[in-house]
Each structure stands twice: as structure tokens, then as C-alpha cells.
Design a protein around this ligand. Sequence first.
Ligand code: SF4
Ligand code: SF4
Length: 136
Amino acid sequence: MITRKLYLYFPKSETEKPIVYQLVKDFNLIINIFRAKVTPQEEGYLLLEVSGEEQDFEDAVRYLQSFNVEINKGIKGFVWHEDKCVSCGNCLTHCPTNALHISDLNTRKVMHDETRCIECMACLTHCPFGACSSLF
Ligand code: SF4
Ligand code: SF4
């Protein structure tokens, strides 16, 4: 069993396709939708966490590649801007995984640990300084 993040970009022509449904039904994958912005007749984006057998995952990627859908298996939808962070701490209680954490108890400096980030985007609305942003 593997778990991977999939970032999908749909051009206008592909937004009506029931892709998530097919990934579940035809490839036995477990899908967790982290972020979605798919508007019929416009472009769309999906950030998914996909779990399942490696062969099923690879078959599903091949299936997606048969459409006009751009796939990036590793891209991060969440973007951390360390230069904008003033370590105010406002985000800390809203980050469910402690990806945003105090890295030094003396300086109280806040840092982002991308290995812990599940890209839930909960921090975006709680950062007044624009240090947390999303690709879409
Ligand atoms: S996106 Fe979610 S997990 Fe990642 S830093 Fe923000 S609140 Fe934490
Ligand atoms: S809310 Fe923004 S500026 Fe404040 S600690 Fe969190 S990331 Fe840094």
C-alpha cells in the first residue's frame, strides 16, 4: 500500500469528466481531496492524496495521462514564504500537524516543516502577513 499526493490541472475541455469517481471505482484507490477548484467550462485544479496498491496507482496515472490533464505527482500546493513570516504565532493553533511550529524556544521563531504538512490550507486565513499561500 502506498500513499502519494497528486496535483491535477484540468483545461476547460476536461472539467466535466468524473475523474475522482473513476479513480475510486476502476482503480480501487482511496482518495482524500485536499483542495479542489473545478468550475464547469473553466480550468480546474485538484490536489489529492491517493492511497492504494502501487500497480493500481501507476495504472491510474496512465489513465489520467490519456486525457488532456496535467499531472504532477510530487508538487506541493502549499507554499511557505519564510521571508514574510514575522513569527506572530497566529497560525500555530490552526495547524493540525504542527507543520507550523516554534523552532527555537529562545527566539520563538516559527518555521514550516514540509514533511509534516498535509496541505489542508487551514493556516491560509490565519496568517495576516501572507507567509502561507496556495498555488491555487
Ligand atoms: S497547510 Fe495545513 S498542515 Fe500545512 S502548514 Fe498549513 S495548516 Fe499546517
Ligand atoms: S501567522 Fe503567518 S506570520 Fe504569523 S507565525 Fe504564522 S506564518 Fe508566521
